[in-house]
Design a protein around this ligand. Structure first.
Ligand SMILES: C[S@@+](CC[C@H](N)C(=O)[O-])C[C@H]1O[C@@H](n2cnc3c(N)ncnc32)[C@H](O)[C@@H]1O
Length: 214
């Protein structure tokens, strides 16, 4: 947790909640230990989607479809979402959730590794939500930028590793050092990229919001 517990509890206590379907899905995800975006990240995503009103959304990291359905609820009714997932066990669950939520015609799930799928995509997207394996973000960035429309928004979740990212390299456990290095380099690139304007926010496990300059 990056933000002190008491502040987080206060912020979450004011949250206006989720639709009954998403409330149920969030509970199921918690019981089955499926990772989904945290409550404060849910709130930020609702605001960003309401503000941007994107017609074409790309998500990398579907899990069981929670965030894709949340975005579908807040995006325009004629918008479409393409979401990518590689974990075979989660794919049928996500598809079933899209059907149960009534979004099977608006949300398309592409099955496989985003590193393999993204180079084959040619459409342009108004909003990209990156929520996959953190160590892969730098490798996926070029394709995300190619696919992002001018004025489009790229949101990357879990970028501060529960605060570990600010620690010295020597304090970080050896097994986490590759992700640590890659994520620091990813944040530097986002902040210094000539095509992007980026804010790093201590929301959830750390999130970046980048806009592709026109
Ligand atoms: C944090 S979960 C996504 C949560 C989801 N966005 C939500 O909030 O409902 C990350 C998901 O990304 C998937 N993933 C990780 N790396 C991936 C990759 N390279 N290609 C496709 N899916 C990937 C994992 O299998 C996992 O289900």
């Amino acid at each position: 947790m990056i933000i002190p517990d008491r502040i987080m509890t206060f912020i979450n206590s004011l949250d206006d909640g989720l639709s009954p379907f998403l409330e149920c899905l969030a509970k199921e995800a918690q019981e089955t230990e499926v990772p989904i975006i945290r409550r404060d990240m849910q709130s930020l995503l609702k605001v960003l989607i309401t503000m941007k009103q994107p017609h074409r959304i790309l998500e990398i990291g579907t899990a069981v479809g929670f965030s894709a359905i949340l975005m579908a609820e807040y995006a325009p009714g004629d918008s479409t979402i393409t979401t990518i997932e590689q974990y075979e066990k989660r794919i049928p669950l996500a598809k079933e959730n899209f059907r149960r939520a009534g979004y099977q015609n608006r949300i398309e799930l592409l099955e496989g590794d985003a590193a393999v799928i993204l180079p084959g995509l040619a459409d342009s997207y108004d909003f990209i939500f990156m929520d996959a394996a953190k160590g892969q973000y730098p490798a996926l960035l070029d394709d995300c930028l190619r696919l992002l429309a001018p004025g489009g928004v790229l949101v990357s979740d879990n970028v501060l590793q529960d605060g570990d990212l600010i620690e010295s390299h020597y304090i970080v456990e050896r097994r986490n050092r590759t992700i640590y290095k890659r994520m620091r380099s990813y944040l530097y690139t986002l902040k210094h990229h000539p095509e992007l304007e980026t804010a790093i926010l201590p929301v959830g496990d750390g999130v970046t919001v980048s806009v592709k300059k026109r």
